[in-house]
Each structure stands twice: as C-alpha cells, then as structure tokens.
Design a protein. Structure first.
Length: 135
C-alpha cells in the first residue's frame, strides 16, 4: 500500500444500468487512506472521462504535477490507449497496470465500486440526474 498521500492511486471505470440507460463512473482513490479523491460520470465509456477524472484528482489535491504518483489501473482499452500514455507524460505520473485477466491486482477500487452498487443504490439515480442536467 502507500505510506503517505499521493504516492499510489488506483483508478477504474464501472458501468451502472439505470433502466435502459447506461451511466459510466470513473474514480481515482488514494491508497494511503482509501479516499476517493475524484470521480466523473458520462453516458459513454470514453477516453475523455478518464482524462477528466485524473485531472480532477490532480486539481483536488492541488498538485501542479503528478510527478512520482503511481496510478494503477486494469488493462482496459482506455488505459492502454495513446491518450492515456500521453496523459501520463503530460502530468508526469507513473502508469501501472494489472496483470492480464487478474482483477485482484486492482481489488481496492473494484471493491469500492461493488460497495457503491450494492450498498448505496440511492446515489446512482442522483448521479444520473446530475449528469443529464450537465448535458
């Protein structure tokens, strides 16, 4: 794990079904204290959602650069994209990825999303209404 804040972050994206609509939530969590430091929502699982989430985390932590921050993700296509690679260079973070087909490598953020969907279903409709109000 991490011995101080902004040392190791984990990130992931999940899909939530709202009737016939899909909502995608991206989050960044600091492994120091398991605080979700940023999350963003979108109606599509695109690269911009991931980029916005990482930048929101940087802004919330008031960091000029993410130099030295290791950001761990799964091997989703967005995290393997040129955009994500370029973002890591632009913001100076260290990208890290799970082993192929091994959800245990990213279990902390996966567990967060599981709890969100199971224990806090009242959050999801609110999130969807906020999203559609922004669009």
């Amino acid at each position: 794990m991490a011995v101080h804040p902004n040392q190791k972050w984990v990130t992931d994206m999940t899909e939530v079904l709202m009737g016939q609509e899909k909502l995608y939530i991206s989050a960044v969590m600091d492994l120091f204290n398991r605080e979700v430091i940023a999350f963003e929502m979108s109606s599509s699982p695109n690269k911009e959602l991931i980029k916005a989430t990482i930048k929101a985390a940087q802004k919330r932590r008031k960091l000029d650069t993410l130099e030295g921050v290791l950001i761990h993700s799964d091997q989703g296509s967005v995290y393997r994209s040129h955009m994500y690679h370029n973002l890591s260079k632009e913001l100076h973070f260290i990208p890290s990825m799970s082993q192929k087909a091994n959800c245990w490598d990213n279990v902390v953020i996966e567990s967060f999303f599981s709890q969100l969907k199971t224990e806090f279903p009242c959050f999801i409709p609110t999130a969807l209404s906020i999203l559609f109000n922004k669009i």
